[in-house]
Design a protein around this ligand. Structure first.
Ligand code: FAD
Ligand code: FES
Length: 275
């Protein structure tokens, strides 16, 4: 489907709460023929719109192989997302997309893949996990390092057991803090503390990282100290977006349009953010 300014009508088929303020919306095109012409790559996003509330960029969080529905995992932070959380199964919203450059899943073929993610940053990486599970023979070792502020802030917790069963896959979890009385059998500390426990090495590995910008900055720093080159690390950036098509300049970082040249970039772009 060619992405443009005209939204397509989509129906909310299902909703699933992930944390106290984030929810996965499963959407289906109202026009039953659309799935024949719409496809996306892991890491791409759609512009979701709600009449009277506006429009926002939201990553597609579902399996790229599934054609009839699209998941979007949303944190309630402002106008559009609060409006979205008031909707129910059967309600309609608008969708434009898909937009942006995907994660380098083709370049990573034959290599090891390391995911480093924090909080809601796992949403755009879930399609990578599903893509690797679907095409396991195309990739070597697979490792996922995932952290959140506390256990209640972790997304997709009911899928962790399934992910651990993907051949040659290592999932490591950490939280910044454990609330008193809560049980937690994994690491405590920010996600970069997992670098001392990870199995991945720089050799033939592609890293994909997404989370708060400051987390990605320290992840790139920590990984380069471990011998990873900046060119083998990819980050996904967030900027306020309007057109999604490199027309309005809202999302520019220097010469780069995050909506078109990103959101996935090689990690040296983070230098422009912390120069
Ligand atoms: C490529 C991409 C992918 C994304 N994927 C996801 C995703 O998968 N899930 C998800 O939950 N979010 C995602 N986002 C973030 C999402 O687009 C924003 O959170 C969006 O602003 C939400 O819209 P809203 O109308 O609900 O909130 P807004 O009303 O836009 O407010 C969001 C936050 O920004 C602040 N804010 C409002 N106006 C401004 C301003 N002018 N300048 C600076 N800050 C301001 C608000 O105080 C609030 O904290 C993504 C963003 C990008 C660029
Ligand atoms: S959102 Fe308009 S240029 Fe990127």
């Amino acid at each position: 489907m060619k992405a443009d300014f005209k939204p397509e009508k989509v129906v909310i088929k299902n909703t699933k709460d992930q944390t106290r303020d984030s929810r996965t919306f499963t959407l289906a095109f109202a026009d039953g023929k659309k799935p024949n012409t719409y496809s996306f790559m892991p890491g791409q996003f759609n512009m979701l719109s709600l009449f009277g509330f506006g429009e926002a960029a939201i990553s597609i969080s579902s399996d790229p192989k599934i054609k009839d529905t699209l998941d979007h995992t949303v944190r309630k932070v402002g106008n559009l997302t609060e409006g979205l959380f008031r909707l129910k199964k059967g309600d309609c919203i608008g969708l434009r997309g898909p937009f942006g450059k995907p994660w380098p899943v083709d370049e990573a073929k034959g290599k090891n893949v390391l995911i480093v993610s924090g909080g809601i940053g796992l949403a755009p990486l879930r399609p990578v996990i599903m893509h690797i599970a679907n095409n396991r023979a195309n990739y070597a070792n697979f490792e996922i390092l995932y952290g959140a502020r506390n256990p209640g802030e972790l997304l997709f917790t009911d899928e962790f057991d399934q992910w651990k069963k993907i051949k040659n896959t290592n999932l490591q979890l950490t939280v910044d803090a454990v609330p008193p009385g809560e049980k937690w059998n994994h690491t405590v500390g920010v996600v970069t503390v997992l670098f001392d426990k990870m199995q991945s090495t720089p050799k033939d590995t592609i890293v994909m990282t997404c989370g708060p910008e400051i987390m990605m900055h320290f992840a790139v720093q920590g990984l380069t100290k471990k011998g990873f080159s900046e060119d083998q690390i990819y980050v996904s950036l967030e900027r306020r977006m309007k057109c999604g098509m490199a027309q309005c300049g809202a999302c520019q970082i220097g010469p780069n349009f995050v909506c078109k040249d990103g959101p996935v970039f090689k990690s040296p772009i983070t230098k422009a953010l912390y120069a």
